[in-house]
Design a protein around this ligand. Structure first.
Ligand code: FAD
Ligand code: DLZ
Ligand code: SF4
Length: 520
């Protein structure tokens, strides 16, 4: 046993050189502990690319810290005696290093934070849990903001974050460009003018290839494909990805934010979420770079404001919302949705061309862009009444950027209305029309988007009315949705029944996913 003054555990989404637990610390007498553990890799059966990304990024980060003179104790998944969980590994590390104290940054996820909070009772040494100051808004600040508000409107929160950070704020405290929000200018349908440049390639190095082998051996039955792995695994690679976004794609990020094109997986999106969430990129720095692009005339206000809103608006709001409503958020099911996730979410085998393309992208890249997650896959789950637990597990498992703190509010609140409207003021329900307007999917789909009911009709059309009809009691009083029922009531009864029958027969045809898909 060697003795150190301080043990500093760093979790897989804390790969930041300026992390609060490292900042200002001398290297002498400190041991950094990093742990690959079975429990984290399997609490859902994560996409193979997600496990590869995290383990490879962790191993690269450990190497960088070592090169910089830190003493790093790195536990690999296959190390003999690996206990399989964070608490067990910290206990073993205490035996190895006999620290006076443990200094750790709070966990991103509620599940892991529960474990951290047991450490002061479990271990004889002092345990200090620090706030994660890589976010603009602390838990307490969000709670204070939420206190006494009837509805937690993202736009109100976002304006506070703009004022707090000074991003896109003029010297006389006004929003740059004149408006706070340019969302109305961010809804262009795809057109022939679109020509998004490819994202940079990141060839797997020896470390990543070793991790890929481990993942194929230990997690071979997990969803996903490793041949197409292209995620940055170091902060240098992540900076290169960011450089490419600011040089080539931010200009058109705004207008085409909601567009979808068959076979095009990134369009003008930044593709930076997986790097931001595991700590390789600083979100505030990215926002500053976006503002610079506006100041230098390289990108219009709607693109820059849109990007900044996603990060200091949505991302921060979602995190605050998660911590405010956990653990209840996990079990909320306002609309009493009970249907099992269909098998095609794993195979992509469905004639719905939009759904199958989003699942293909998810399988090949561990990624789908926002509007695909929201208005194709999410909309389908909402309309079909898939139970929230299945949907949460799926979204948590399949995306490289997925951590519960960001996945759960998006799933429970934004797509499923399972939280009863605390996040979104109305369900994001849409018929095939919306998908047709914002994509090129419908042109070659074997269903017809203009056909409303019966054989060959786009399933989103009858599902939409089936959803509205079965939740009438709950939704009719919502002023943002109520008028939809006047349209429904104006239809003749035969037509209404056709909608309901078409939806019923489609729902009856869905094959549920095989048991054991989420965890062993
Ligand atoms: P861009 O379109 O370039 O956006 C820029 C950045 O804004 C993103 O990198 C991300 O950090 C942030 N952002 C944008 N929208 C959101 C949002 N709704 N919530 C939080 N941050 C946002 N994002 C995750 O990071 N992890 C998740 O697990 C996740 N699950 C989602 C589940 C559902 C059902 C939905 C509808 C959205 C989810 N999102 C999630 C948000 C969003 O889809 C992804 O952040 C985005 O697709 C990542 O791609 P990008 O980096 O190219 O994003
Ligand atoms: C996602 C993930 C995976 C797959 N594996 C690990 C791991 O073995 N060790 C680790 O430190 N972190 C891992 N992570 C990321 C964690 O799940 C993430 O740090 C916590 O969820 C934070 O609450
Ligand atoms: Fe999707 Fe319907 Fe369009 Fe087919 S017709 S791509 S199912 S929206």
């Amino acid at each position: 046993m060697t003795s150190c003054q301080m043990l500093i555990p760093i979790l897989g989404d804390q790969l930041t050189r300026t992390l609060a637990s490292l900042r200002g610390q001398p290297k002498e007498g400190r041991v950094i502990l990093m742990m690959e553990v079975w429990d984290e890799a399997t609490y859902v059966k994560h996409h193979k690319q997600k496990i590869t990304l995290i383990f490879s990024a962790m191993r690269h980060f450990a190497q960088e810290l070592g090169d910089a003179g830190w003493s790093v104790d790195y536990v690999k998944l296959d190390d003999a005696n690996n206990s399989g969980n964070f608490t067990g590994e910290v206990a073993r590390a205490i035996e190895r290093h006999d620290p006076d104290c443990i200094r750790v940054v709070e966990a991103g996820e509620w599940r892991v934070q529960q474990q951290l909070e047991e450490w002061p009772d479990k271990f004889a040494c002092e345990v200090e849990i620090l706030p994660d100051d890589r976010f603009v808004c602390s838990h307490q600040e969000f709670r204070d903001w939420a206190e006494g508000r009837k509805h937690l409107t993202m736009e109100h929160f976002y304006r506070e974050m703009r004022r707090k950070t000074g991003l896109l704020i003029t010297e006389d405290a006004k929003p740059k460009g004149g408006d706070w929000n340019y969302d109305k200018d961010n809804r262009e349908a795809p057109d022939d003018d679109m020509d998004p440049p490819p994202v940079p390639r990141f060839e797997p190095d020896t470390i990543t290839r070793e991790v890929m082998e481990l993942v194929e051996t230990r997690f071979g039955d997990h969803f996903g494909n490793l041949d197409t792995f292209n995620w940055p695994v170091t902060s240098a690679e992540a900076e290169k990805a960011a450089d490419a976004f600011f040089a080539q794609r931010i200009e058109r990020f705004g207008p085409y934010q909601d567009a979808m094109v068959h076979g095009s997986d990134d369009l003008y999106h930044s593709m930076l979420s997986s790097s931001i969430n595991c700590g390789l990129l600083d979100p505030l720095e990215l926002c500053k770079r976006a503002e610079e692009a506006y100041e230098e005339g390289r990108a219009p206000i709607n693109s820059v404001e849109g990007f900044i809103r996603q990060i200091i608006g949505w991302r921060e709001y979602i995190r605050g919302f998660y911590w405010l409503h956990m653990p209840d958020l996990q079990s909320d099911n306002e609309l009493n949705a009970q249907r099992a996730l269909p098998e095609f979410f794993w195979t992509g085998k469905t004639d719905m061309r939009c759904v199958s393309d989003c699942i293909r992208s998810t399988h090949d890249n561990a990624h789908a862009h926002h509007i695909q997650r929201l208005m194709v896959l999410g909309n389908f789950c909402l309309l079909a009444g898939i139970n929230p637990k299945d949907v949460q597990d799926w979204y948590l498992a399949v995306y490289a950027d997925a951590y519960e703190w960001v996945e759960l509010p998006n799933v429970s609140g934004m797509i499923l209305y399972a939280d009863g409207g605390r996040l979104a003021t109305k369900p994001y329900a849409a018929s095939g029309n919306y998908i047709n307007k914002m994509s090129d999917y419908c042109k070659k789909c074997s269903y017809s988007v203009s056909k409303k009911t019966g054989e060959g009709a786009c399933p989103f059309n009858p599902l939409y009315w089936h959803f509205m009809d079965r939740h009438r009691e709950r939704l009719e009083s919502n002023h943002r949705i109520g008028r939809i029922y006047s349209n429904w009531d104006r239809m003749d009864e035969v037509k209404r029944q056709e909608y309901l029958d078409s939806a019923e027969s489609f729902l009856a045809s869905l094959e549920p996913a095989k048991p054991g898909w989420a965890r062993d």
